[in-house]
Design a protein around this ligand. Structure first.
Ligand SMILES: [Mg+2]
Length: 269
């Protein structure tokens, strides 16, 4: 399989650009080359652009701080995180008391949104990328999930998260651990749920065919893009290898080595 490097031109004609973060824009704290220049180009050409992440280990505020430290000067409006559709669901359904398997940073966001976090009498269990997980908390979650039909949702279910030194267990890994004890799996809100893209396109009044999704994962980024009807472009700077693409049901429309190749294409025009 060849890289579609010959016809990247189509990618520069979109109105809306969705970018995955981990593995696409940066790896850990290391920004990929061309990112800052690409943002400048997108702004100059008046393109709409959004950064998406399933990684719910950070609150929206802490995400913005991290991005600002990397010199990515964007606001809340440019960010779509998996906790956003999750919180929207909790509000719509009227859940107030929550057992949150999540970091302190995420807990702060939930508290700011008006939820009560409790281990004693929760109405629902919310699983996030809890990088501060303890065995004691897992035990409590396992007991709660053994109550018949107890409501159980997750911000996302990525199995693993790429870091500079290798992969670490993500929310899907934690869910798998709980599944072994309880045989329960949660309802999921982040990628690959196509609503992550469609709610934004609806808001903008722009059709799917005028948008493109860039990401490094087939079973989240590319799957979601395909289901939402947007053009998909896979970057090889994160989790995906060409072999994985060959063997997957979710074939991207384009494949590039990294996001810098999109910048090069804009600069060629
Ligand atoms: Mg990624």
């Amino acid at each position: 399989m060849d890289l579609n490097s010959g016809n990247l031109f189509e990618l520069t004609n979109k109105l809306v650009y969705f970018f995955d973060l981990d593995g696409t824009i940066y790896l850990g704290d290391k920004l990929f080359k061309g990112v800052l220049q690409l943002i400048e180009v997108l702004r100059k050409k008046e393109k709409k652009f959004f950064f998406l992440s399933n990684n719910s280990s950070k609150s929206t505020e802490d995400y913005l701080k991290k991005l600002h430290l990397l010199n990515i000067k964007i606001t809340r409006e440019n960010l779509i995180l998996s906790q956003h559709p999750t919180i929207d669901f909790l509000n719509r359904k009227g859940y107030k008391k929550i057992f949150l398997l999540g970091t302190q940073s995420l807990k702060n966001e939930f508290k700011d949104e008006g939820f009560e976090l409790t281990e004693e009498d929760p109405e629902i269990l919310v699983l996030a990328f809890d990088q501060e997980l303890t065995y004691e908390r897992l035990v409590k979650a396992a007991y709660i999930l053994q109550k018949p039909d107890f409501p159980y949702i997750a911000t996302h279910l990525d199995n693993r998260c790429p870091t500079e030194d290798g992969y670490i267990p993500d929310a899907g890994g934690i869910a798998a651990l709980l599944y072994k004890a309880t045989e329960r799996m949660p309802k999921v809100f982040g990628k690959p749920n196509k609503e992550m893209l469609l709610f934004k396109l609806d808001e903008l009044g722009i059709s799917s065919k005028n948008a493109v999704m860039f990401g490094d994962r087939l079973y989240t980024d590319i799957k979601m893009g395909k289901e939402a009807g947007v053009t998909t472009c896979c970057v090889l700077s994160g989790e995906i290898t060409m072999d994985m693409i060959k063997n997957s049901d979710f074939k991207p429309d384009f494949i590039i080595n990294g996001i810098w190749e999109l910048l090069n294409e804009f600069n060629r025009k």
